[in-house]
Design a binder for this molecule. Structure first.
Ligand code: ADP
Ligand code: MG
Length: 738
């Protein structure tokens, strides 16, 4: 370990920073740190040295232009550069003689340059052709478009090249190469596990590796380790310095795996710390209202329902009601597939809060859904004489003012709106319960905003996105979970079929038969860019095509997409709901919540472009009534075999959790929710599925640490605190003051 570190860097045992400084080689002169950290106490008035916070420009070969290139990768400081982990590593460790080279494998040879000549290709491009010899044979190397390499690869120079042999000639094309100067151990670009970093225009793999090497040597030992020493000792994790060295330039796969494991743990641990701190802060706050009632209102409402609650609904309600009765603010998520009956559970919980004289806010991700929820809740509330108020973009100003005044007076109202309720200046001084539909679009920030409305309300988030347990823990570890797993009785079967593009006419005929029988159908057009103009255009084109088709001639076809004016969206939805429209051509705006039990057919075009979870949610729009429903997935013309196989998962199973796990494995967590809206943390090395065990460890360790040191004031936690505030300031405002 560490054998490949050039002498002169400050690794001398016990030498301390001052000595290291005096041993520093040449480049130090041009290094002007922008920030001085701990080491500056040295009394030596030597040239300032590179610090972790110094800009990358102070590294060799990085001028203003290149530093702007780095900035595009989010790399500003030298420490950022070290945190730019490789995407992958090429195993070029097999050294052979030229005579032993075989095609089909990444192999490495050490040899001398025999000759090098630039040749002009017919395209006008100049290539460099180099002949290498090692006593067992001659190897030709062609470097496309790089005649300037002749200056480096001069006859007599010893080089190491790694590459694959051409199957027909003793030749390599564009092999990786490196001139051997000193120790063969110190190779960066060949003959080792070669790191492959993500690049951007202006940066080359070689320059990146050299800069990373230089940064490691200069500051690798001085980057503050967010993992406290006692924690590392307990878990047997390597320190940050060696992990950074090994993630970029591992000596062997074991060293790489140790480094990856440690850095992945760090990512998971930081997120778990955020969650644990928030959890603790909320529990401490204790400012929540205590909702303790006889439950009379809810009981009456349950009696008035035309059906009985499922066992799952009953259990979830009990869990929620128990939380409401505690002074600590509830943080609970209600998981359940589309149509599993979450809304009723939320409504009954709301009744408990209202009965206690508290206000309730019910928030949906879109206007359409907010209005739909308002309608559903108004209907449900009729039986118990509770008033439901809606506040959306369409609410007239006068009404808005009157409602605002009532709310500000603390009247117990069930208020329905979009997530914009959070941003609005709506005053809810007696907000006891906030219900948030579709949590996966609901970020940490919004939760913090909510807490500022006055008292800290109990929060119930509902989502139909079946979140795999592993990811749940990784991202929402601070939430308690209630799950609805069974579908309410009285639902017809939902069958999913896959039909190639060429079968589209038959699909339309089938649809027409259902329509004749009085049913309705959705046609979902492929997702292009979410909510974008292209998608709207595609929907319009498809709408015109279907409206003009022979099969659908006798029926009324409507159009719904996100770019339509609000009233038109509204009208399309209403007309489809009342049955005036038979077919609705739509984009993914129907994904969440739209409830038309008479719709029994859904055709999803270019289905391969969607994630499995999203398809599962989409198809949940049908099969809500008693009749049998059919969802037809039509893969796009370019869909490959794999894409079709992926779709088979949906035809095979109806279990949302299984689908979510499959999606997570296939596409990764970022894709699953679209990281940006969801506020989900981005992991670079950690993989919640593969690192499930690590994740649990991280959670346990985080909770224990917060218990022992709630504001992270102890010196051993200082670097951890810094790292958390640097990476997660917003979500932590709540926990660490703010
Ligand atoms: P989700 O919000 O989970 O998608 P909803 O709450 O909208 O599901 O419920 C879907 C439909 O099922 C609604 O029409 C609702 O009235 C009905 N429903 C809810 N619970 C039950 C139940 N226990 N038995 C029968 N139908 C139910
Ligand atoms: Mg719903």
């Amino acid at each position: 370990m560490g054998a490949d570190r050039p002498a002169g860097t400050h690794d001398a045992e016990g030498a301390g920073d001052c000595q290291a400084l005096s041993m520093r080689p040449g480049p130090t002169q041009r290094q002007v740190p922008t920030r001085s950290a701990g080491g500056a106490v040295c009394g030596v008035s030597a040239a300032p040295r590179l610090e972790p916070g110094s800009r990358v420009q102070f590294l060799h070969g990085i001028g203003p232009q290149r530093s702007r290139d780095y900035e595009r990768l989010g790399i500003v400081t030298v420490e950022h550069l070290l945190r730019h982990y490789p995407r992958t590593w090429l195993d070029a460790r097999r050294f052979v003689r030229i005579g032993e080279l075989r095609p089909g494998e990444l192999l490495t040879v050490e040899a001398a340059v025999h000759s090098a000549a630039a040749v002009r290709a017919r395209s006008g491009r100049s290539d460099l052709i180099v002949a290498l010899k090692d006593g067992t044979g001659t190897l030709g190397c062609t470097f496309f478009g790089q005649p300037f390499l002749a200056r480096t690869l001069r006859p007599g120079v010893r080089v190491v090249v790694s590459g694959e042999l051409d199957p027909f000639e003793p030749r390599m094309t564009n092999p990786m190469f490196e001139v051997v100067e000193g120790d063969i151990e110190a190779l960066l670009h060949v003959g080792r596990l070669v790191p492959v970093h993500a690049l951007t225009r202006g940066l080359t793999a070689r320059s990146m590796r050299r800069s990373v090497r230089e940064a490691l040597d200069a500051i690798g030992e001085r980057v503050a380790d967010p993992l406290p020493e006692d924690l590392r000792a307990t878990l047997g994790l390597p320190g940050l310095a060696s992990a950074l060295r090994d993630i970029h330039f591992p000596e062997d796969p074991a060293a790489l795996e140790r480094a990856r494991g440690r850095l992945a743990f760090e990512e998971l641990f930081l997120v778990q710390m955020v969650l644990a701190l928030r959890r603790r802060a909320l529990a401490e706050a204790g400012e929540g209202l205590v909702t303790s009632t006889s439950g009379e209102l809810a009981r009456r409402a349950i009696e008035a329902l035309p059906w009985a609650l499922t066992a799952g609904q009953q259990r979830a309600l009990e869990e929620i009601v128990a939380d409401l009765a505690r002074p600590q603010p509830m943080q609970r998520i209600l998981l359940g597939d589309v149509g599993s009956g979450k809304t009723v559970v939320a409504f009954l919980a709301a009744l408990h809060a209202l009965e206690a004289g508290h206000q309730v806010a019910f928030m949906a991700p879109t206007e359409i859904l907010a209005r739909q929820h308002a309608a559903t809740l108004t209907r449900l509330a009729l039986t118990v004489g509770v008033q439901v108020e809606a506040l959306t973009g369409a609410t007239p100003a006068a009404e808005r003012r009157a409602l605002g005044a009532r709310l500000e007076s603390g009247a117990p109202v069930l208020l329905v709106g979009t997530h914009a309720l959070l941003e609005e200046k709506v005053k809810l001084p007696r907000l006891g319960l906030a219900i948030v539909d579709e949590q996966h679009r609901f970020g940490v920030r919004q939760r913090a905003l909510l807490a500022r409305k006055g008292v800290i309300p109990d929060v119930l988030v509902m989502t139909a996105t079946p979140i795999p347990r592993t990811l749940m823990l990784a991202c929402y570890g601070d939430l308690a979970i209630s799950a609805l797993r069974e579908r309410p009785a009285g639902r017809g079967r939902l069958v999913t079929r896959i039909a190639g593009d060429e079968k589209f006419p038959q699909v339309l005929e089938f649809m027409a038969r259902e329509l004749v029988a009085g049913r309705q159908a959705f046609v979902v057009v492929p997702m292009i860019e979410e909510g974008g103009r292209m998608e709207a255009r595609a929907a319009e084109v498809e709408f015109r095509r279907l409206a003009a088709s022979r099969e659908l001639a006798p029926f009324a076809v409507g159009l719904l997409h996100g770019r339509l004016p609000a009233e038109e969206k509204q009208r399309a939805m209403a007309e489809f709901a009342t049955g005036r429209l038979h077919v609705l051509v739509t984009t993914t705006v129907v994904e969440v919540g739209v409830d038309v039990p008479n719709a029994t057919v859904m055709v999803i075009e270019s289905a391969d472009r969607f994630g499995l979870t999203q398809l599962h949610q989409l198809r949940g729009r049908v099969g809500r009534g008693e009749a049998r429903s059919v969802c037809v997935l039509v893969p796009g013309p370019t869909a490959g075999v794999q894409a079709r196989e992926r779709l088979e998962t949906l035809a095979r199973t109806d279990d949302g959790f299984e689908i979510a796990e499959a999606d997570l494995r296939l596409r990764g967590p970022g894709e699953l929710w679209g990281t940006r809206q969801s506020g989900l943390p981005r992991f670079r090395l950690a993989d919640p599925v593969r690192d499930a065990e690590r994740l649990e460890q991280a959670r346990d360790q985080a909770r224990a640490r917060v218990e022992a040191d709630p504001v992270l004031g102890r010196p051993v936690n200082a670097a951890l605190r810094e790292a958390l505030l640097a990476g997660f300031r917003e979500p932590l405002e709540l926990a660490l003051g703010g």
